[in-house]
Design a protein around this ligand. Structure first.
Ligand code: IMP
Ligand code: MG
Length: 193
């Protein structure tokens, strides 16, 4: 592992086993992703609907790369008990600020795993009569065990089925401030719980 990238997070030393996606790769992929999104919404106003809290870091880096008229709203999706590593039933709160009727909505989340979260939020947006609903995730986990899951329209990186933290992603609401996408050391860390 390249220890130089750990300079800013010595507080987590010993808890992280590896860097899966270093910050430099995130930055360059964000430029490409933003270009794809900008081309798709050219001439339109975009309503970004961010899934709290995991999408915060990704969202803030992404929207500053979009040369579009962007409105921003948030939803909160509570999908699993704090220390669990698989989502269970999903409840959605929000959007908090806007009526989505007639808007071109881009749901932005940190990661597509089972797809339950995106499915629940996309169905809320469709129910609110959005003009269009698309989805954007930074990470998409390979899940060969699932027969079907909602597709994501824009994807940063495909990753293996590891539990990852950093760049907004948490475990027990920690590690969100790590600048890289990392694997956790210890029970369940970096592997399926
Ligand atoms: P899904 O509903 O199973 O697709 O899970 C999506 C949500 O679970 C994401 O919004 C994340 O908050 C969370 N999640 C899934 N996998 C991970 C992970 O590896 N690390 C941190 N959070 C995860
Ligand atoms: Mg989430």
């Amino acid at each position: 592992m390249d220890r130089s990238s750990f300079i800013t997070h010595e507080a987590f030393e010993g808890e992280i086993s590896d860097v899966l996606i270093p910050r430099e790769r995130i930055v360059s992929r964000l430029d490409e992703l933003a270009a794809e999104i900008a081309a798709c919404y050219a001439g339109k106003e975009l309503t970004a609907l961010a899934v709290m809290t995991g999408a915060m870091v990704f969202l803030s880096d992404l929207i500053r790369r979009l040369p579009l008229r962007v409105r921003l709203d948030v939803v909160r999706a509570s999908s699993y008990p704090s220390r669990a590593q698989r989502s269970e039933s999903v409840s959605v709160i929000g959007p908090v600020a806007f009526d989505l009727a007639g808007r071109d909505v881009l749901i932005v989340d940190d990661i597509l795993d089972s797809g339950k979260t995106l499915r629940a939020i996309a169905s809320c947006a469709a129910g609110a009569r959005a003009a269009s609903v698309r989805t954007c995730v930074l990470l998409r986990k390979r899940r060969d065990d699932l027969a079907e899951r909602p597709r994501a329209d824009f994807v940063g990186f495909d990753i293996d089925d590891h539990f990852v933290v950093g760049y907004g992603l948490d475990h027990d609401n920690l590690y969100r401030n790590l600048p890289d996408i990392c694997l956790l050391r210890g029970p369940g860390g970096g592997q399926r719980a």
